[in-house]
Ligand binder design. Structure first.
Ligand SMILES: C[S@@+](CC[C@H](N)C(=O)[O-])C[C@H]1O[C@@H](n2cnc3c(N)ncnc32)[C@H](O)[C@@H]1O
Length: 273
């Protein structure tokens, strides 16, 4: 829904997702109505723009990596991510794995069918529940090549998981081939927020709790960095409101982000023997 609303702004768009509105369907339209009522225009814009930023950064990373020979992209908690259906130009050679909760994945596949969108041949679905199954098993079953590097995106998901599930998933990624990168989002605790960040976070949390998906894990930047380092990742790059504006909204004085959710990128380096 947020990616669809972004297309109601005058272009240029951070992300042009023409499938977003169809995928979100009637449920999405209901959510849009609610957020339009509950949020100020500035807060709603900061939300829809951020949702596009957080989708765009991993796509940029994977496109650059693809140009350098990388051939595997794993989208964890894929939800209604439409990369695989929009970028069929890359999927002639890039293998994409959509990992998601079985219920979410079944719903998405039904939506795609209703829209007449066929999954491209190089896309593999890997249904797993991060709380009860290991990513390693899910990926192995899907035919992922653990000996070749990959880009993993994990966008808009970690806040719904326990720390144990986050650690278990990161542990699997940390054993992937050197050069493997992960780009993920994490949400900050209320104590770290103010202004539109606080307003937006309260609205999103209330919505998520009502939907039976309360926020479980929150981090400030130095905590998530420490976790990634402990799990064996290096070359950590923080990406929050300042980086988003510099990268995708240069020269735009009207763009503001609250910073309730931030991105971070990390790399698996060659293991010492
Ligand atoms: C807010 S959506 C984000 C979807 C997508 N990455 C995006 O940015 O649009 C959260 C996703 O996390 C997934 N998720 C939440 N808890 C999960 C779990 N325990 N196991 C697997 N996936 C889970 C949901 O199925 C959903 O697809």
């Amino acid at each position: 829904m947020a990616r669809a609303l972004h297309r109601e702004e005058p272009p240029p768009w951070v992300l042009d997702d023409p499938l977003a509105m169809g995928l979100a369907g009637e449920d999405g339209a209901e959510v849009a109505k609610r957020f339009r009522t509950e949020l100020s225009t500035e807060t709603l814009l900061s939300f829809t723009r951020w949702v596009c930023v957080r989708a765009r950064l991993p796509e940029d990373i994977v496109e650059t990596a693809f140009a350098n020979g990388l051939r595997q992209y794993v989208i964890l908690g894929a939800g209604l991510d439409s990369f695989a259906y929009r970028r069929t130009d890359l999927l002639t050679e890039l293998r994409v794995f959509e990992v998601d909760h079985p219920a979410s994945q079944a719903w998405k596949r039904q939506r795609l069918k209703e829209m007449g969108v066929r999954p491209p041949p190089n896309l593999t679905y890997a249904p797993i529940d991060f709380e009860h199954q290991t990513l390693r098993r899910g990926l192995a079953t899907a035919g992922f090549d653990f000996a070749a590097p990959a880009v993993f995106s994990w966008i808009g998901v970690t806040m719904y998981l326990t720390v144990e599930a986050i650690r278990a998933t990161l542990a699997t990624i940390a054993t992937c081939a050197p050069g493997t990168r992960i780009v993920l989002t994490y949400n900050q605790p209320l104590s770290a927020l103010h202004g539109i960040g606080l307003e937006l976070d309260k609205a999103i949390r209330a919505f998520a709790t009502e939907a039976g998906e309360p926020f479980l894990s929150l981090f400030v930047p130095k905590e998530i960095e420490a976790l990634l380092t402990e799990m064996g990742f290096a070359e950590i790059m923080h990406f929050g409101p300042d980086e988003a504006i510099r990268t995708y909204f240069a020269g735009r004085s009207d763009v503001r982000f609250g910073g309730a959710q931030r991105l971070i990128v990390a790399t698996v380096l060659t293991r010492e023997t």
